[in-house]
Design a protein around this ligand. Structure first.
Ligand code: SF4
Length: 345
C-alpha cells in the first residue's frame, strides 16, 4: 500500500502520511467484524478542492477514507485505488482513520494564513459512518470549528450525527452551519441491497426531524435517484412525501452517476440482483458517468413538482447561513425558507 502517497481526489482530499505512521487494528465486535482500520497521523487535514472541480465549495475536511456504509454506487470508491486498496469490498472494509484530525484542524484553523473559508465535510466519504462511533473524531473537529467560528457544512447518511447535537447547536450560535442528510429513496428492498451498511431511510429522516425540532434547519439531498429501480413516479412521490413530512428545509434530487471505480462495482451488483436491467444501463450510461441530460431534467422536474405539492422547496446550490440557535421560541413555519446546504454525494 502506498501510505506515503499524496492523493488528489475529485473533492481535493489530500492525504500525506508516512509508512511509520500506520497502525492497523481490527475489533472483534459484531459491529466491526471483518473491518480493518488503518490508523494514520495525517500531515494536513484541510484540503483545497482543485480549481477545475465543479464542487460548490473550496475546502474540505475528511477524517476517514473508505466507508462502512458500503453503498454500491459510491463515487468515492476510486479514491481507495490511490492507496493501492481495493475499490470494491476493500473500500467497504479497509478504513483509513486520520486519528490526529481534530488537533491538526485546530492548529490549521489558528494559522494566520487561514482566512476562515467555509469547510465542507462528508463530501468524499461519510464522516458519521460507523467507525466514528469508536474513534470519535467529529466532536473534536466540531469543537475546533466552533471555537474559531468557522462556517461549515456536513452531508451524511449517519444517524450518529445526533450524538453531536449539542456541539452543532453551539457552533450554530457563532457561525454558519449547513446540514444535509442524503435519502435517495425509501423502498426497503432496494435500500438493503444497494446501501447495506447505512441506517434505514426513515431513520435518516428522523435525524432531519430531530435537527429541525432543535432549530437546526436540515435539507435532504435526494440522491441517488436510481434509474429503473428508484425512479418510478410512485417511488418518487413516496420519497418526497416522506422528506417533506420530516420537516426538511429543501430537497435536491441527483440522479445516479457512475464514475470509474463505482461503475464496475455497481454493474456487477446489477448483474447479480437485476440482470434484466444490465442492457438498459449500458444504453443509459453509454456516454460516460452521467445519465443523459433529458433523463436528469425529467427527474428534476418530477421532484420539483412533488416538492411544490408537498410544500417543500428546492435547495439553493452551495449556500449556507447561520442556523437558528436553540431557544424556546416558536419554530420556523414550513413556508419560511430554511438554511440550505451543499449538494453533493
Ligand atoms: S455513505 Fe456516502 S461515502 Fe459512505 S459509502 Fe455511501 S455514498 Fe459512499
Amino acid at each position: 500500500m502506498r501510505w506515503d502517497n499524496l492523493s488528489e481526489t475529485p473533492t481535493g482530499d489530500s492525504v500525506l502520511f508516512g509508512t511509520d505512521a500506520v497502525v492497523t487494528r481490527t475489533f472483534d465486535t459484531p459491529e466491526f467484524r471483518g473491518i480493518t482500520f488503518h490508523e494514520v497521523r495525517a500531515r494536513s487535514i484541510l484540503n483545497q478542492v482543485p480549481g477545475a472541480s465543479r464542487m460548490p465549495f473550496e475546502w474540505t475536511v475528511n477524517p476517514y477514507r473508505g466507508c462502512t456504509h458500503a453503498c454500491v454506487y459510491c463515487f468515492a470508491r476510486r479514491t481507495h485505488s490511490y492507496l493501492d486498496l481495493d475499490t470494491g469490498l476493500g473500500f467497504d472494509s479497509q478504513i483509513v482513520v486520520k486519528t490526529n484530525a481534530p488537533e491538526l484542524l485546530r492548529k490549521q484553523l489558528a494559522s494566520p494564513r487561514w482566512q476562515g473559508a467555509h469547510i465542507a465535510m462528508g463530501t468524499n466519504v461519510d464522516c458519521y459512518q460507523r467507525a466514528e462511533g469508536r474513534y470519535r473524531l467529529m466532536p473534536g473537529i466540531l469543537a475546533a470549528l466552533r471555537d474559531h467560528a468557522n462556517p461549515f457544512s456536513i452531508l451524511t447518511k449517519g444517524t450518529l450525527i445526533l450524538r453531536d447535537l449539542d456541539l452543532l447547536l453551539q457552533a450554530a450560535q457563532v457561525t454558519d452551519v449547513g446540514i444535509s442528510v442524503s435519502v435517495g429513496f425509501t423502498e426497503h428492498e432496494l435500500w438493503r441491497t444497494v446501501e447495506p451498511g447505512t441506517p434505514a431511510p426513515e431513520r435518516r429522516l428522523a435525524v432531519v426531524r430531530t435537527l429541525t425540532d432543535h432549530g437546526i434547519g436540515c435539507g435532504v439531498l435526494m440522491a441517488p435517484v436510481i434509474p429503473f429501480l428508484g425512479d418510478h413516479p410512485d417511488e418518487l412521490r413516496a420519497t418526497v412525501r416522506a422528506i417533506a413530512a420530516s420537516g426538511a428545509t429543501s430537497v435536491t434530487p441527483l440522479v445516479l452517476h457512475l464514475r470509474p471505480g463505482a461503475r464496475e462495482w455497481f454493474m456487477a451488483w446489477l448483474n447479480r440482483h437485476h440482470p434484466h436491467l444490465v442492457r438498459r444501463y449500458e444504453r443509459l450510461y453509454a456516454e460516460g458517468a452521467y445519465a443523459p441530460k433529458w433523463y436528469q431534467r425529467r427527474i428534476t422536474r418530477q421532484v420539483h413538482e412533488l416538492a411544490d405539492e408537498f410544500g417543500i422547496g428546492p435547495a439553493r446550490r452551495g449556500a449556507s447561513r447561520r442556523v437558528t440557535p436553540p431557544s424556546d421560541e416558536p419554530r420556523r413555519q414550513p413556508s419560511e425558507p430554511g438554511p440550505t446546504q451543499l449538494t453533493l454525494l
